[in-house]
Write a new protein. Sequence first.
Length: 225
Amino acid sequence: MKVSIAIDGPAAAGKSTVAKIVAKRLNITYIDTGAMYRAYTWYCLENGINCQDEAACVAVIDKVHIELLENEVVLCNGTDVTEVIREPYVSSQVSYIASYKDIRLALVDLQREMARNKSVIMDGRDIGTYVLPDADIKIYQIASVEERATRRYDENVQKGIDCTLESVEEDVRKRDYIDSHRDFAPLKPAPDSILIDTSFMSVEEVVNTIIDIVNKKVKGESVNE
């Protein structure tokens, strides 16, 4: 059975971590939409383009070619940007890029094509509401700002990225505001999404919860919670 799973939620809610594990457990394709926006942000920063200048960012659409390869490798115009797009200087600007309608339209076309003929799990801000509105299963994954900031800070420390917990929390709050207030496809739960608050859940618990929902869906059982 072909199945499509959409996971939405705010920054650092653990969506990508969970989606990757679920994809491996179910042997389906994981599509990291956030990495695509991060790669576009990296390109703008590398080329001296102000990420808060919508016209300038949109003007280079035809110059940015993003590829998602196996093993979570991300290429931008042939350059491996898998690690660098997670740096704080990219994280602090990506919500601006993701808010621009023309850029979203271009990347959404690519995302939908990836999901057209195979089982996928895709995470982002507007997967269930806009990218894959007909997804079989829609999850809206949240956690408190403090918990999300702590998780992102710990990730950065493990990767050797220089930052403070205070700066990460400030960035998370800023991204929440930008993502939820953008004019086009803002962050919000789809009406038929299932809310999972991960504030006090382990990654394994979240993964098992989602897999249980998928299994119920495959069996034709009700999954609305």
